[in-house]
Design a binder for this molecule. Structure first.
Ligand code: GDD
Ligand code: MG
Length: 351
């Protein structure tokens, strides 16, 4: 069986004000009746395919994780708590060390982000099985999404030779390219977006991490060896974990390894990284608007209007995002969605 590893420690500042420091986007309900973290849990709930998941998160989100899992009655193998945020490479390395202890080095882990929407139909589980088969041969496996635009917020994967199970070797992995490079790759064809999910045999991942990120594995391994347990929580040793550099798995390993594979994946995938992607993913009315129930739109088009609090009335607007939480409102052009994170930095600087 596969051990799911759910990464749920990001900050999600571009989705302010619904995504907040105290409860970032993975713990928020955007579309549908579950939070993104709960949707991710639901995707790994088949006991024929999966063990109970290991959840990676920051110390401060531990109760959100425990409570949201309990709401679904979803048992967790462990909640691994990072004392400081060090991005995804140290977190995944710590999960690998823990899983090697619990299940041995041959077990396969499925690493999942918790900030995108996936339609988990038959084709999704076909891709998962193909990835498992490919990972069992020691490859570090990615899921390749067909790019629809030259987005700069994703990793790009160039497919190489055919392997079995429909997978391909990876010629190059380019994390978050500049726009001109992204345009070239989309125009050239043969490139996929990295979905943000990975399938690894634990031993193969640790070996590759020792090659390309020895300081990351050393710090994470020590943090697991000295971890303390209390209830469902496994607390990584703070002094050891703090020695890890802050780097994502994409930059630390996937860009460097010569041992990666990609499973071209036809399932429906949308990143929910910014308000324009929420608008693209949502169900649009005939005027092109995506709106929650407690809103009124007049003479407005192609806009995203969401409220988790007050009633919002919007008149004569186009291509805008109007987002209200219980205590803050954001109004901006959808095309400026990528820079909401900078706005949040300005807000944080206020006295
Ligand atoms: N536990 C933990 N600790 N989780 C983290 C941390 C951390 O320090 N930092 C981020 N995460 C979680 C986020 O909550 C999210 O679910 C996932 O890890 C990915 O992190 P992001 O920060 O959202 O990465 P990204 O969106 O910029 O890029 C990644 O995802 C893209 C697809 O959505 C990369 O893998 C790209 O290559 C990929 O295309
Ligand atoms: Mg993301």
């Amino acid at each position: 069986k596969i051990v799911p590893v759910i990464m749920a420690g990001g900050k999600g500042t571009r989705l302010w004000p619904l995504s907040r420091a105290a409860a970032p986007k993975q713990f928020i309900q955007f579309i549908g009746d579950k939070t993104l973290f709960q949707e991710t849990l639901a995707r790994v709930s088949d006991p024929a395919l999966y063990e109970a998941p290991v959840v990676l998160t920051n110390e401060e989100f531990r109760f959100l994780v425990a409570e949201q899992a309990r709401e679904l009655d979803h048992a967790l193998k462990a909640i691994l708590l990072e004392p400081v945020a060090r991005n995804t490479a140290p977190a995944v390395a710590a999960a690998a060390a823990l899983i090697a202890d619990l299940f041995g080095k041959d077990v396969i882990m499925h690493v999942l982000g918790s900030d995108y929407e996936i339609v988990a139909d038959q084709s999704y589980f076909d891709s998962v099985r193909a990835a498992r088969e490919t990972a069992a041969s020691g490859k570090l496996v990615t899921f390749g999404i067909n790019p629809t635009e030259p987005a700069t917020g994703y990793g790009y994967i160039e497919g190489g030779e055919d392997l079995s199970a429909g997978a391909q070797t990876v010629k190059r992995f380019i994390e978050k390219p500049p726009l001109d490079k992204a345009k070239e790759m989309v125009a050239a064809g043969g490139f996929y977006w990295n979905s943000g999910m990975f399938m690894f045999q634990v031993g193969a991942l640790l070996a590759e991490m020792r090659n390309y990120a020895p300081d990351v594995v050393a710090a994470a391994g020590e943090a697991v060896a000295k971890a303390t347990r209390d209830l469902d929580f496994t607390r990584l040793d703070p002094q050891s974990f703090a020695k890890a550099p802050s780097i994502s798995i994409d930059y630390a390993i996937m860009e460097k390894t010569a041992n990666a594979a990609v499973v071209p994946s036809p399932f429906k995938w949308s990143d929910l990284g910014s308000w324009d992607s929420v608008w693209k993913t949502g169900t649009r009315d005939p005027n092109g608007n995506v709106a929650t129930a407690n809103t009124t739109l007049v003479n407005s088009r192609n806009s995203l209007v969401m409220s988790h609090g007050v009633h919002l009335a919007v008149q004569g607007m186009e291509d805008v995002a109007v987002i209200a939480s219980e205590d803050a409102v954001y109004v901006g052009k959808l095309k400026d969605s990528q820079s909401v994170g900078d706005l949040v930095k300005t807000l944080a600087a206020l006295p």
